[in-house]
Design a protein. Structure first.
Ligand SMILES: *[C@@H]1O[C@H](CO)[C@@H](O)[C@H](O)[C@H]1NC(C)=O
Ligand SMILES: *[C@@H]1O[C@H](CO)[C@@H](O)[C@H](O)[C@H]1NC(C)=O
Ligand SMILES: *[C@@H]1O[C@H](CO)[C@@H](O)[C@H](O)[C@H]1NC(C)=O
Length: 611
């Protein structure tokens, strides 16, 4: 019989009781029990008797299980991959599926778990409700395009991002049917189709989802006329209206269900004050103060308070949005947008300023146990009357020891100065004193190096000094990515849109701590708390996360756990976030896209395994 690891329940109570009696006996005087309890618990024996689980321990355990379930679905051959496809998608795979599989498995050594492509189906499904000729026409007439004819991809555009996407698509052009791809040249996504309309589209699309009789299946794609030659049928002209209202929340929220808090909550129009930070709206995706459902945490529909906590909703740099469902491809989007995701150009390009490949392999033990963040005050156009609602300003502010001590200052000489753009939380942590104590300030300044490199002063009257934010921020020189990897912890905060550093962070030996509202091509293949640490967009969990991993004064940290997640993320990124995986993703995406814009789409498919 194995020796039990933990004492029996009875012993758990008997030992502390004995100890307590002993202590009482020795001291033989009245005792403050509130002191003795924690004292006893903090001894190794106490911890042995009362093992207490941190909420993050539970989340990490759940993530391990989720990940194990996902990879257990890996398929090894074409027939199994096709069966997994049919089961998950309710249709036959698209024509060319066999070539896709060969490319993925044999050429690129990709891990094939059907769930990894969920984003493609999320993005394309509503298009099954539109007429193929209409989608083709919208793509053909869009201002920026990549065109594929006879297995050759080309573009008339010299735009930087388009050139990079072309470079990516050219690597798979030999496997692509004819198509026109409309590309978003802006940082910001383009479409928010009203939720009600998408709901109708989804119902209509669901009716096309069926397993067509194998004998009726068409397994070739149609051809398009050569470039510059008009197609025989024009497709229905659609009147497209572009909206340029910079108050993007008004546009974004129509992508939410009519009963959602985002649709019902009052609209904030005055951003000239400290926004409310703590909010019960976060409870839906949190558990004991930490993000428990990462996907949900990146959805705004249940979080209307974020309208005053994210630059994208307050005043993005540019807005060109439409309610029309158009086949526009882009690198990132909010959950309410209907754009079709491609891997972002900087990921394909592996630019050093986003990847920091040089420093990506620094051993964990050689790093400092500190968190670093450097960046520009992006998020949109910050102005004297709205900057307090910008996420990067908030994150930097709440890591500023001076601001923290000014806020709590209760000494006779000074009256407290409430933080301009964040709130002192009264949340209690396990080992750190409350944020309103000097010890907390010391702790923050010794564990973080978080600062802006540029105030991003676009507001004409304030240039060049940016006198409304300058008093609160000291600018520091930028730190190259490779140098940032000398620190163990890498918080990642959205800028104007998604953060292009994320892939570099994941591939590194440091630990990314990710707060975002942006969706990317790879989301379905990453598991929060397994490959990275998720953070709520209000950052209310930041101090707790830092405390959990770093501890206080060399005590209570979980350096080994942090290292394990950092390495798991790096190893996984080396298997499923390679350039090869981007190619495999894009090839699958474009085969599906080519089918949904084909007039015969409902009978098209690959059924080679069923014949
Ligand atoms: C997370 O939230 C989504 C809704 O966005 C829901 O569908 C999913 O079931 C939730 N996951 C868990 C593990 O609760
Ligand atoms: C910033 O400068 C402008 C223009 O000189 C001035 O009108 C404004 O009051 C200043 N704001 C602050 C906060 O000092
Ligand atoms: C921290 O806050 C103080 C007071 O607001 C400010 O003077 C200082 O520049 C800030 N430091 C950084 C690194 O932003």
């Amino acid at each position: 019989m194995a020796f039990p690891r933990r004492p029996s329940t009875v012993l758990r109570y008997v030992i502390p009781a004995l100890l307590l009696t002993l202590t009482l006996y020795i001291l033989a005087e009245p005792i403050d029990f509130s002191l003795v309890g924690p004292l006893l618990l903090s001894t190794p024996l106490g911890r042995w008797c009362f093992p207490s689980e941190h909420p993050i321990d539970k989340l990490i355990k759940a993530a391990e299980e989720e990940f194990a379930t996902t990879i257990s679905k890996e398929t090894q051959n074409l027939a199994d991959a096709a069966a997994a496809y049919r089961k998950r998608r309710g249709r036959h795979p698209p024509p060319g599926f066999d070539e896709w599989h060969k490319f993925a498995k044999d050429n690129k050594n990709a891990i094939i778990v059907e769930d990894f492509w969920d984003q493609i189906y999320h993005d394309l499904e509503p298009f099954w409700a539109l007429k193929p000729a209409q989608i083709r026409r919208n793509a053909r007439e869009f201002e920026m395009r990549i065109e594929v004819r006879d297995h050759k991809a080309s573009t008339g555009s010299g735009w930087f991002w388009t050139q990079i996407w072309l470079d990516m698509i050219k690597t798979i052009e030999h496997l692509l049917p004819d198509m026109d791809l409309a590309l978003n040249a802006m940082d910001e996504p383009r479409m928010v189709v009203p939720w009600e309309e998408i709901d109708r589209h989804m119902h209509k699309a669901a009716r096309t989802r069926k397993m067509v009789d194998v004998k009726k299946v068409v397994s070739e794609f149609g051809k398009l006329p050569p470039l510059g030659q008009a197609p025989p049928e024009k497709g229905e002209a659609q009147k497209i209206t572009w909206e340029h209202d910079k108050h993007y929340w008004l546009i974004a929220r129509r992508g939410c269900p009519p009963t959602s808090p985002a649709r019902k909550a009052a609209i904030v129009i005055d951003f000239n004050q400290t926004p409310a930070i703590a909010s019960p709206f976060s409870l839906a995706h949190m558990q004991d103060g930490y993000v428990a459902n990462y996907t949900l945490s990146t959805t705004v529909c249940h979080q209307p308070d974020l309208q005053a906590l994210e630059g994208i909703f307050v005043e993005p740099l540019s807005v060109s949005a439409t309610k029309s469902l158009l086949p526009i491809f882009g690198g990132s989007k909010l959950a309410v947008n209907n754009d079709i995701l491609l891997p972002a150009p900087m990921y394909w390009n592996e630019e050093e300023r986003f990847m920091g490949a040089e420093g990506a392999s620094i051993p964990w033990s050689a790093k400092q146990s500190t968190a670093i963040w450097r960046g520009v005050a992006t998020g949109g156009t910050n102005r004297p009357n709205n900057w307090r609602s910008f996420q990067r300003h908030r994150f930097v502010g709440m890591n500023n020891a001076t601001q923290l001590s000014l806020a709590r200052s209760s000494s006779s000489s000074q009256t407290p100065q409430p933080p301009p753009n964040f709130a002192l939380s009264d949340k209690r942590y396990r080992h750190i004193p409350s944020p309103s104590s000097p010890a907390f300030t010391d702790w923050i300044s010794s564990t973080t190096s978080i600062a802006l490199t540029d105030l991003m002063c676009l507001y004409p009257d304030a240039r060049p000094s940016c006198n409304y934010t300058a008093p609160y921020f000291t600018l520091v020189p930028a730190v190259p990515m490779a140098e940032q990897f000398r620190h163990k912890y890498l918080p990642d905060i959205d800028g104007n849109s998604f953060s292009g550093r994320y892939l570099g962070f994941l591939r590194s030996t440091s630990l990314p701590i990710k707060a975002t509202l942006w969706r990317e091509w790879h989301d379905a293949r990453l598991v929060a708390w397994k490959h990275f640490v998720p953070m709520d967009s209000r950052f209310g969990d930041w101090y707790g996360v830092l405390e959990y991993f770093v501890g206080v004064g060399g005590k209570g940290g979980r350096d080994d756990v942090a290292e394990r997640i950092a390495m798991a993320g790096r190893e996984w990124a080396g298997k499923v976030l390679r350039r090869e995986d981007m190619q495999v993703y894009v090839l699958r995406l474009l085969l599906e896209y080519a089918r949904v814009v084909d007039d015969r789409r409902e009978v098209m498919g690959w059924v080679g395994d069923l014949q």
